[in-house]
Write a protein that binds this ligand. Structure first.
Ligand SMILES: *[C@@H]1O[C@H](CO)[C@@H](O)[C@H](O)[C@H]1NC(C)=O
Ligand SMILES: *[C@@H]1O[C@H](CO)[C@@H](O)[C@H](O)[C@H]1NC(C)=O
Ligand SMILES: *[C@@H]1O[C@H](CO)[C@@H](O)[C@H](O)[C@H]1NC(C)=O
Length: 446
């Protein structure tokens, strides 16, 4: 009987499980694509577990996006008494954030005093109490997603140590691998001692170091490090240009559609608060549809929200335009974004790909030389709407630049939240296999 079951199991494995199942990922659990139910709004949220995602300093808009995306609660690691600024946008104090969270129908907790030590067992215990108390999923944040990632992973490690049935089980090895994947360096002696105290394991001698450059890329914590100088992102905002320039990003690549494509209007959509993402910009006659009030009324996420969810003077409970993401009266307008980059030291490249494209060798091939040329110039942020197209393309570009093989690409894309296998995203799988050899570096000569 046992033998029969075993054979059955093996058959299932070969049927449904090809190389994807063999990958050993550096993440603490298999990740989904970033952003819960609203990837276009929440592409910057970093998933640690399905219930716990982390982020840096939040604007008022981001708190509302967190509500739109299906989170139930927000935890701020610090009780911020001073407000902040990100790209010219106001970062509310904890007191103000709590108020915005309430209008957004979210639970909100702030945990440590402004100047309290975060790298400590006491801080982890306080965070544990907050996590246990709040409805999930929870978005946890600090200023640059750094301290909150450490403390939240330590929460998981402590819970694992006290409860063998807790999932995911996190020990110090898993912890450091996850941090390497996320591009965070927690390897100094002070932090090692805390890790050892929480896990009950000896301090790890040579933990893996993240490879993301530059070190202060974290000042743009919203990006997802792919490998060394490659970062993926969803739609950035006007104010982000100055932040990227300040850190030293050399290039931004935009893979969203422009205003026209093959002579037809092709504007993508912008995100709007309390409006569902992913509905078409145009009707069947290619007339603008999405941002008509009559259409928007049918796309409301939560009809119970009050108009003050949008602004104190709004008459409706949904947003109609999004100028901060270069929206116009129809949708997302690439021309406006391109014009704003003219005054910046960051090089801007528009290399569009249709979001519905079937990937093949040529989809990448048309841009390959350009991508590798840009990659050699320094840190590059490659963005689309939700970060999906650019994760597929960016992993392949980084693989070719650094002579990584096919298996590396499959592992990296899975760690970024996208399964690529013979059964999922098979077109991307074929594209990768066309450009990367299975056992050694790139095969650019093909
Ligand atoms: C570790 O977990 C135990 C059991 O849940 C809890 O009582 C304790 O406060 C936690 N310690 C820390 C440092 O989080
Ligand atoms: C280790 O890093 C933490 C966080 O950046 C810092 O607070 C601490 O002082 C550092 N310790 C050492 C020994 O460098
Ligand atoms: C990979 O590509 C680089 C430049 O694009 C080239 O110099 C190198 O020889 C290639 N490696 C292999 C193994 O084909």
């Amino acid at each position: 009987m046992i033998r029969e079951l075993w054979i059955l199991f093996l058959c299932f494995q070969t049927l449904f499980c090809n190389s994807y199942c063999d990958l050993s990922l550096n993440t603490v659990t298999k990740c989904s694509a970033p952003g819960l139910k609203a990837p276009k709004k929440l592409w910057w949220a970093k998933e640690l577990t399905p219930d716990l995602h982390v982020a840096g300093g939040l604007t008022e808009v981001q708190i509302k996006q967190i509500a739109d995306g299906g989170f139930k609660s927000i935890i701020s690691l610090f009780i911020d008494t001073r407000h902040g600024d990100f790209g010219g946008e106001y970062l509310p104090t904890a007191f103000e954030a709590k108020h915005i969270a309430k209008i957004s129908r979210l639970q909100y907790e702030a945990v440590l005093a402004d100047d309290e030590e975060w790298a400590s067992v006491e801080a982890v215990a306080k965070l544990t109490a907050a996590i246990d108390k709040l409805p999930k999923p929870i978005l946890l944040h600090c200023n640059r997603a750094y301290t909150i990632t450490f403390t939240t992973l330590m929460y998981l490690a402590n819970a694992s140590r006290h409860d063998a049935s807790f999932t995911p089980q996190v020990n110090s090895e898993k912890f450091y691998k996850m941090c390497e994947h996320l591009g965070f360096d927690f390897t100094n002696d002070t932090l090692k001692a805390v890790v050892s105290e929480i896990t009950g394991e000896p301090a790890v001698k040579n933990p893996p170091l993240p490879n993301a450059v530059p070190d202060d890329w974290l000042d743009y914590w919203l990006g997802h490090p792919i490998y060394i100088n490659w970062y993926s992102a969803g739609q950035i905002r006007k104010g982000h240009i100055q932040e990227l320039e300040f850190i030293g990003f050399k290039s931004v690549i935009n893979m969203r559609q422009g205003t026209t494509s093959n002579g037809n209007p092709s504007q993508e959509t912008v995100t709007l608060i309390n409006i569902k993402d992913g509905t078409p910009t145009y009707d069947k006659d290619l007339k603008p549809l999405r941002q008509l009030d009559s259409n928007l009324k049918t796309l409301i996420i939560d009809s119970k929200k009050e108009p003050n969810y949008i602004s104190p003077t709004s008459e409706v409970n949904y947003e109609r335009r999004n100028f901060a993401e270069w929206g116009d009266d129809i949708g997302y307008n690439q021309d406006l974004q391109e014009a704003d980059f003219k005054d910046s030291e960051v090089n801007y490249y528009h290399l569009p790909i249709d979001s519905e494209v079937i990937y093949d060798k040529e989809v990448f091939g048309q841009y390959k030389d350009k991508l590798l040329e840009i990659g050699r110039q320094g840190p590059v942020l490659i963005h689309c709407a939700s970060g999906k197209r650019v994760a597929f393309i960016g992993v392949l570009a980084a693989a070719l630049q650094y002579e990584k093989n096919f298996d590396w690409a499959l592992q990296r894309i899975a760690e970024l939240g996208f399964e690529v296998s013979r059964t999922k995203n098979r077109d991307v799988y074929e594209m990768y296999s066309a450009w990367l050899s299975p056992d050694h570096g790139n095969k650019t000569e093909l």
